[in-house]
Each structure stands twice: as structure tokens, then as C-alpha cells.
Design a protein. Structure first.
Length: 305
């Protein structure tokens, strides 16, 4: 896992890894073109996650998560076909398990084998905000390049690590966060900012039937959406965590070209002592964070995933 929390109790000891992490989820997608007002929709939700140890893999951690209190809001006049934009409005509350490895963030996802593809893609979009893509063992002067996986594929990414003072008065909480891996050395009263810029022209793996073009590279002739840029940011202190991703591109329909901006933000609101076990996944299978990737039998070897 990337985050570990110690809860400060008024009476009793501090607890480690017996916690429930409560995040707010804000998903916004907006379309624009010349001479019209922007239109789109916004999804607000909560993500509840409880960590549990995978005893069969000493270096892995599992985060069991599910969405709560989903709400969607439309704005503007929709000009696009419903099948192009409505698939992300309905958000599932099915439980998922995120399996982390320190070297690469989210290694795999455990989900119900019969989960719908669009439901799973929504969950991937949200889970991606907890995916670091690097172990940060050699950050050098704070800027470096590496290959990282994400929902869109496996691409070259420029990482930039900066530090700034934290507003301690604003961020007083009843918990303290600790970063894993510890190589980032998060100090008291500071915020670590991790910026990631994806080089779409240098990818070795692409999400199937997700975008037609990645930068200047055509990967699928049948899709109507082109991806032009992808940036991500994580801001982490001892009392706060915010992660966001912005993707920009275009969609073509009826000889019209629409600019698209998709933004997803995950904000840690609270850490509480978990009072219940994580929900069980019925008929589980495993899959990758890659969009549209199939769900495989839980018993297959990870090398075949």
C-alpha cells in the first residue's frame, strides 16, 4: 500500500492498518466546441477502503474498496449520442480489491467475474488515483523518467517530485499518514507533490478499443475519441491526500469535433477504525487496471494475466 495511517485515540493505543479510509470522488467530463455553451456531467461519490494483508505474497497489500452515496449531475445541453457519454454516469457499488506491489503500484484488481465492462472501467478510473506507477527509490534531483502502467496502457512518464510547507492549522486531523515506500521521506509540516506527465507518443501497450489515437499514434480505427494529453498529480502530507488525473482530447460526431476534458479527483476525508470486515467478492476473478481488459479466472498464474 502507498498510505498507512495511525489513528490518534483520546483513550487507548494507536492502531495501524485496522482502519477504514474514506475518500470523496469527484468525476467531471465536459465537452465544448465553437459557438456553444459547455455541456457534460459530474459524478460525486465516496470511496470506502479497508486494507487487508495478502498472506501468500509477503510484499503485497490488498485494499478492499466500494463506492457509497453516488450522485450524478448533468449541465448544459447535450449534443452527443447517449451511447457516447452516458456510460460513466451510473456508478456501481460493487466491491473490488486492489492488490499493490511497491515497485509498480496497483499490480492487479480482484472483481466479480460477471461485472459489466463499463462498471469495471469506472472503478479503474477511480482506482487509478491510488496508483503511483513507481517505487521512487531513485528520485535524483526530483525529476526522472520511467515506464508506468495506467488505465490507458503502458507509457513513458515524466515524474517530478517537489516539496512545500503544509498549512498545519487547516489540516489538523485525528490521524497521521505514513508513506510506503519510505524513500520519499515525508516529514512533518510538509506536503510532497508528485506530478506525472504521460508521453502518449511513447507507449508499448494500449487499452483496447478505448481511444483511436494516443498523441500522434493511431491505435484503433473504429473509435471516435482521440487522446491528446494526460497529466496526474498527488499531494500528500501527514494529514492529507489528494490525487487527480486530467485527460484532454477530442470526439468527432456528424462532422463536428468536440473538445473533451475529463478530470477525476480523489480526496482523503477521514480515517476511522474499521468496525466490519471487508465485503466478500462473490465468484472473484482478477484483471489489470488497463481499460477494457478481460477478467480472468482467479486461479490462473499472474504471469498469464
Amino acid at each position: 500500500m502507498f498510505l498507512v495511517a495511525h489513528i490518534n485515540l483520546e483513550h487507548g493505543p494507536k492502531l495501524k492498518n485496522a482502519n477504514k479510509y474514506i475518500f470523496t470522488v469527484n468525476m467531471n467530463i465536459m465537452w465544448t466546441r465553437e459557438s456553444i455553451n459547455p455541456f457534460g456531467f459530474r459524478v460525486l461519490s465516496q470511496l470506502h477502503c479497508i486494507p487487508k494483508r495478502n498472506h501468500s505474497e509477503a510484499e503485497s497489500n490488498i485494499l478492499s474498496c466500494s463506492l457509497k452515496h453516488n450522485e450524478s449531475i448533468n449541465y448544459g445541453k447535450n449534443e452527443l449520442d447517449d451511447n457516447l457519454i452516458n456510460w460513466r454516469k451510473d456508478v456501481t457499488n460493487e466491491p473490488i480489491e486492489l492488490v499493490f506491489k511497491q515497485e509498480e503500484g496497483i499490480e492487479k484488481m480482484i472483481v466479480r467475474q460477471q461485472i459489466k465492462t463499463y462498471d469495471l472501467n469506472v472503478l479503474r478510473l477511480i482506482a487509478e488515483q491510488l496508483h503511483t506507477g513507481n517505487d521512487f527509490s531513485d528520485v535524483g534531483n526530483g525529476t526522472f523518467e520511467d515506464v508506468a502502467r495506467s488505465i490507458i496502457g503502458k507509457c513513458r512518464v515524466v515524474f517530478k517530485i517537489t516539496r512545500r510547507p503544509e498549512n498545519t492549522k487547516r489540516n489538523r486531523r485525528n490521524f497521521n499518514l505514513y508513506l510506503l515506500p519510505p524513500s520519499l521521506n515525508l516529514k512533518d509540516n510538509e506536503t510532497i507533490v508528485i506530478d506525472k506527465t504521460t508521453d502518449l507518443n511513447h507507449c508499448t501497450c494500449y487499452a483496447e478499443k478505448y481511444y483511436c489515437k494516443y498523441g500522434n499514434t493511431v491505435v484503433c480505427e473504429n473509435q471516435q475519441a482521440d487522446l491528446e494529453s494526460m497529466t496526474s498529480r498527488m499531494e500528500i502530507s501527514k494529514t492529507s491526500f489528494v490525487s487527480s488525473t486530467t485527460r484532454k482530447g477530442t470526439i468527432k460526431q456528424n462532422s463536428q469535433t468536440y473538445n473533451v476534458v475529463e478530470t477525476i479527483t480523489l480526496t482523503l476525508e477521514d480515517v476511522q477504525i474499521a468496525t466490519n470486515d471487508p465485503p466478500a467478492i462473490v465468484n472473484p476473478g482478477k484483471t489489470k487496471i488497463l481499460a477494457n481488459y478481460d477478467v480472468k479466472n482467479i486461479l490462473i498464474d499472474d504471469e498469464q494475466l
